[in-house]
Design a protein around this ligand. Structure first.
Ligand SMILES: Cc1cc2nc3c(=O)[nH]c(=O)nc-3n(C[C@H](O)[C@H](O)[C@H](O)COP(=O)(O)OP(=O)(O)OC[C@H]3O[C@@H](n4cnc5c(N)ncnc54)[C@H](O)[C@@H]3O)c2cc1C
Length: 447
């Protein structure tokens, strides 16, 4: 099937026949974070409605590499990721649907000893959190991938790390949430919220108003714009990632393999999801200028990787309204599915990396390619909190290039947060306030 992955966002849209007049909690966004939150709330018996402007998983959550990894994560995320991995392991059983989950390990390869030493420096963190991460030396590399010892000096490996199929996971979780009683509305953009006495009182969608006291915005790359329309500053920038899919072919390994020239994952259909391991395209927009200073530490870390361009995105964002009337078509309906074109340069580089590093796959065709906009915060870890400005308005966003794996755990955290139940997680590191109260911005890991 030529559009196995992209079928998630290319199928026709159908507006909901009706929308509820009231809901205890309304979630904006049907990515992995929004649907997981809806699932945990519905499972706890909470009356919840999710509004997605396009299809479930039509943006990042359906377009990512599919890695579910604990290894080489920012320490602030590790406890939530460990819980997320636990949820993933049992997810298919629990919801009665396949999500493509395979515990095939994650291997990050080093071309030289210097980089291997840098990878090894993560071992004490792995030990602190009880992870099964280890160093693979050159002579053992061939046990992981035939011929690898000729190309790399070693790598860092976590056997319990995993992967899942992005085109399956979030849609399956959303169906499970609906089964437990959640209202899942697609083709239903949220234009804004209404307040009474300063607190959330309703959500205004393109199909009508839903009265509620609690809203979670899990709008991915749109969250900053949504918040700005409410007078809330939320620093977030976008980088484009280009991805491709190889036709089914010989099995070289299970799981996820990374070298800075190539990210590759064995797919459930017997093919591979592949991408350039290094290239990140950042289309400069007015937000780059507005938030640039806060992103300096991340920009410095990613300096060699970033390909910065100024083009259509700059003018589109410059001309976009900051506020709009809630009875008029909003930017969320005008651009229902954020679907950037894949970069030809990235595709060429990825093909060359495959041919050079994994010659066994040199004759295997690329059968599908696509791109997605990753949304990044200045310290490359998410924002999960209630906003100080509008009580009842919460956000769960900024998951950067690693929100798919942590998505179910983040959904559990967000569900506990919005229902004000006892929390499994300490969310203090994820408060939006950290970007404004003088906290030093320290990204630990790459996008
Ligand atoms: C190329 C690429 C590779 C990646 N690889 C990995 C990986 O291997 N592993 C990993 O863990 N992570 C990966 N990621 C990151 C991961 O995909 C994201 O962090 C994660 O999917 C974010 O989920 P989300 O639910 O927050 O956002 P999204 O999936 O972007 O969902 C947000 C949704 O909100 C909707 N929305 C926005 N505004 C409104 C509105 N006003 N009304 C209604 N709906 C609205 C959007 O349409 C969208 O569907 C990758 C991302 C990309 C793009």
């Amino acid at each position: 099937m030529d559009n196995l992955v992209s079928q998630n966002w290319t199928q026709p849209l159908h507006a909901p026949e009706s929308i509820p007049r009231t809901s205890d909690i309304v979630i904006i966004g049907g990515g992995i974070v929004g649907v997981s939150t809806a699932y945990f709330l519905a499972r706890a018996g909470v009356n919840v409605t999710l509004c997605e402007k396009g299809h479930i998983a039509c943006e990042q959550s359906g377009r990512n590499w599919g890695w579910v990894r604990k290894m080489l994560r920012d320490t602030r995320e590790i406890p939530m990721m460990i819980e997320s991995a636990r949820i993933w392991e049992n997810l298919a059983n629990e919801i009665g649907e396949d999500v493509g989950f395979v515990q095939g390990g994650c291997l990050v390869l080093a071309q030289d000893q210097k980089y291997l030493n840098e990878l090894e420096a993560w071992l004490p963190i792995a030990e602190e959190y009880g992870l099964d991460t280890c160093v693979v030396n050159r002579k053992n590399l061939n046990d992981h991938i035939a011929g690898a010892a000729d190309k790399w000096v070693g790598g860092l490996y976590t056997k319990s790390d995993a992967c899942a199929e992005p085109h399956k996971a979030a849609p399956a979780i959303s169906r499970a949430a609906a089964h437990k009683g959640a209202n899942i509305l697609t083709s239903c953009a949220v234009r804004g919220i209404e307040t009474a006495a300063g607190k959330v009182s309703a959500v205004v969608t393109e199909h009508g108003t839903i009265k509620t006291s609690t809203v979670l915005c899990a709008g991915g790359a749109w969250t900053s714009m949504f918040c700005r329309s409410l007078g809330i500053s939320l620093p977030q920038l976008k980088v484009k990632g280009t991805v491709a899919r190889l036709a089914p072919s010989e099995k070289l390994f299970d799981g996820d393999v990374y070298d800075d020239r190539l990210g590759i994952r064995r797919r459930q259909d017997g093919g591979y999801t592949i991408a350039d391991g290094f290239l990140l395209d950042h289309p400069v927009t007015p937000a780059t200028i507005r938030f640039g200073i806060r992103f300096l530490p991340a920009l410095m870390m990613e300096f060699g990787k970033l390909r910065i361009s100024i083009g259509k995105e700059f003018w589109d964002e410059l001309c976009a309204p900051v506020r709009w009337s809630l009875d008029e078509i909003s930017p969320f309906e005008q651009n229902r599915i954020l679907s950037p074109a894949p970069s030809n340069r990235a595709l060429r580089k990825t093909r060359a990396a495959i041919d050079n590093l994994l010659p066994q796959l040199a004759s295997v065709k690329i059968v599908e390619s696509w791109a997605g906009m990753v949304e990044v915060t200045p310290d490359v870890v998410p924002i999960i909190c209630e906003t100080a400005k509008i009580p009842g308005f919460f956000v769960a966003t900024g998951f950067s290039g690693h929100g798919f794996g942590i998505g179910p755990g983040a959904g559990k955290a967000a569900a506990e947060m919005v229902s004000r139940s006892k929390s499994t997680f300490d969310l203090s590191d994820f408060n939006l306030r950290r970007f404004f109260d003088g906290t030093k911005i320290r990204p630990q890991q790459s996008v």
